[in-house]
Design a protein around this ligand. Sequence first.
Ligand code: LMR
Length: 400
Amino acid sequence: VFNHVVRAPEDPILGVTVAYNKDTSPNKLNLGVGAYRTEEGKPLVLSVVRQAEQSLVNDPSRVKEYLPIIGLAEFNKLSAKLICGADSPAIQENRVTTVQCLSGTGSLRVGGEFLARHYHERTIYIPQPTWGNHPKVFTLAGLSVKYYRYYDPGTRGLDFQGLLEDLGSAPSGAVVLLHACAHNPTGVDPTVEQWEQIRQLMRSKQLLPFFDSAYQGFASGSLDADAQSVRMFVADGGECLVAQSYAKNMGLYGERVGALSIVCKTSDVAGKVESQLKLVIRPMYSNPPLHGASIVATILRDKDMYNEWTIELKAMADRIISMRHQLFEALKTRGTPGDWSHIIKQIGMFTFTGLNSEQVAFMRQEYHIYMTSDGRISMAGLSSRTVPHLADAIHAAVTR
Ligand code: LMR
């Protein structure tokens, strides 16, 4: 009965790792998926995460009971504080409902399904370009996806005018997906002044912000600075949704731990919204997993562990920034044609190189370097040892 099933293509991002794993070259380099690697090219488990896990294992009172449908209460509370700020009036007034979800993707999906059921406007505007999974998540959630201009390939910067025009002509009430910081894949973020203009425009048109916050602390090294865009919208008293992921900033990729917060106008509405979120979650996966959320709650609740986390987070952010400088210098030394200053200007895990799909294919074929076909490279996958290999490959690709 399944003979008619055709083979689906691999995922544009996770499929890069599948191809990389099949490559037998000793020089192969995976710059596809956004996953942090050490200078030795190894995955990193933060030492504060090991510590938190140890304390969980040593606690005999811990059991493996089901969590409630909305997850671990303490985790939810601390996650809302982390993104909104501990002194946020929205939190103090109990206007924020937070549910633990399966990392960023799960949070986006639950938020999308809630909107499709309970919000009057089914259109969501997402940036062009955006993370490849966004349009799929929201379409399957039941929303209709449209794009707003975001990136200008000419300047390799923000197309701010295009963004304002497109949001300005969106229907009143439309949902707008915003990357809280470290835009994926471009690494191009609005300035604080530009965020303020976006906020004013969106509020004046009653556009509903849906933030994807996958890199808090990872972009600048500061948890507060990277949450500033979200906090500007929360502070004005209006509604918004925020999807948070702990994959990158705590290195909890495979634990699938994240949260969806919906900021409402009153605590009464927030309670009702939460009751409906439970109806979205229960038939989807019943309730979320315990382990990752327990690690996060252990770290966020303890002052010392929290401080240690911020230090480790800053070290990861700094290593990525140093990779940007090393790659930029390496291309300069080689006299590679073109202006590569965007490598040091862009923010977060990725550089949107401007390499085209043929050049990407050439680099895979000849240099065993793997990246997404849009020319995005994960700077977190690079090390001082591999920078020269990448610079050689880019040089060869653009001069051939
Ligand atoms: C990425 O963009 O590489 C990451 O967010 C991982 C993923 O799930 O795509």
